[in-house]
Write a protein that binds this ligand. Structure first.
Ligand SMILES: [Zn+2]
Length: 182
């Protein structure tokens, strides 16, 4: 196909990866999902932690809700928060693997690495290894049974000074995934 402008979706691609990228491939979407796995649920907290423009965040959240990856859930009269569905939770190994690749090939050894430990491990627990597998018990634990911690709590991601929003401060301590933040 010559001369056809490149669209924002992948309709011409007969590939499951293209179907996945239609809903998670836009800028900011994976970071929004990462925060949802951490337990961030509210629009204002996502905005404060990500510094994403309001309109962009609204758009990404709407796409994720339409795709059945997030659901809106009331937490007070007239107020809603965003929670991962089972479909969304299935993205965990992909997100972990992408972050691990970033650690190894884009970040470098010194900065900003985060660890995920199998807190509910029957064999004592260990930091997840390749494939989001627990090296102690050999299982692929679900996110609810994982605890995350920064390798160096005083180091911002990528060696920048640490951020001071409420989510960033909370994530300096060990934190169980999916437990509401901040
Ligand atoms: Zn384990």
């Amino acid at each position: 196909m010559v001369g056809v402008p490149l669209g924002r979706d992948y309709d011409q691609q007969e590939c499951a990866l293209a179907r996945a990228l239609e809903v998670v491939g836009e800028r900011w979407t994976l970071l929004v999902l990462r925060d949802c796995f951490f337990g961030v649920r509210r629009f204002a907290d996502l905005r404060a932690h990500l510094d994403v423009p309001r309109a962009v965040l609204s758009d990404r959240l709407a796409t994720l809700v339409d795709a059945g990856i997030l659901e809106r859930r009331p937490y007070a009269p007239g107020r809603e928060e965003y929670v991962l569905t089972d479909t969304g939770l299935d993205l965990w190994p992909a997100l972990f693997t992408l972050a691990r690749w970033g650690d190894q090939h884009r970040v470098g050894p010194a900065h900003g690495r985060r660890r995920f430990r199998h807190a509910d491990c029957p064999d004592g627990g260990a930091d997840l290894a390749a494939g989001a597998v627990c090296p102690a018990c050999g299982a692929l634990p679900g996110p609810a049974s994982l605890e995350t911690r920064p390798l160096d709590p005083d180091d911002g991601e990528g060696g920048r000074p640490p951020r001071e929003d409420a989510v960033s401060r909370a994530l300096r301590r060990p934190h169980r995934l999916l437990t509401p933040l901040p």
